[in-house]
Design a protein around this ligand. Sequence first.
Ligand SMILES: Nc1ncnc2c1ncn2[C@@H]1O[C@H](COP(=O)(O)OP(=O)(O)OP(=O)(O)O)[C@@H](O)[C@H]1O
Length: 255
Amino acid sequence: MVYIKDLKMKYEDKEVLKGINLEIHKGQIIGYIGPNGAGKSTTVKILLGIINGYEGTVKIFGEDISSGNVNYKRRIGYVPETADIYDNLTAYEYLTFIGEIYGMELEQINEKAKKLMALFNIEEVYHSRISSYSKGMKQKLLIISSLLHNPDILFFDEPLGGLDANSVMIFKEILSELVHRGKTIFYSSHIMDVVEKISDRIILLNDGHIVADGSFEELKEKSKEGSLENIFNQLTGFNQHKEIAEEFVAVLQGV
Ligand SMILES: Nc1ncnc2c1ncn2[C@@H]1O[C@H](COP(=O)(O)OP(=O)(O)OP(=O)(O)O)[C@@H](O)[C@H]1O
């Protein structure tokens, strides 16, 4: 589904991706993790064709995305880390707009959208302006808009922001149901216990390189660490959380 060969990306002089190689197969949930600023969103944005100027080869559904053919985007769904949602619109208007971009029929969009809003318990705001939504309600709308056109690959960048515990449970079940039906999911997040539980394969990006790639069990065996959080700390060479926290509080107190 996704083929990445020797992917490099620079912003001005700053080298963010330093040669990434990756193949992702159908029906997998990939947990894509790494420290802040490691280049996770950059990778996703390259795959989505949002940013150019990279070096290397990127193929989606077997086709090189630099060919200029953007048809592959019809088969992709995306929940960005931060979304510029048109919040003067109502959900009805927004989802109609998104659905039509993907070539769906108005009636089909409306029927699906209403049902999905109801399943997420936000049907009563279908005709309210998005600006009046809570954070979690907006996030549910974003999730719905990424899935409405039934895409084959899903890119989720920190998708749980603002969701309550019940909705998180529903969302995790949705992911496993989608994967059962042959969808492929690329899931980038800092919430390690969720990544640990849902991912078939975990990829850790650090300093522009992939430093770990395997199932949670494989990573655990290799690094001899317990939780994914511990493995993350070990592989990114981080063990000063206590000292940093103490110093932080000392600075606050003017010690
Ligand atoms: N448009 C841009 N122009 C210049 N530098 C950028 C731009 N976008 C990202 N960067 C830089 O590239 C690096 C990687 O950013 P990116 O957003 O891909 O990281 P990330 O792994 O998703 O981080 P986080 O976990 O904090 O979301 C950062 O140092 C960031 O400052």
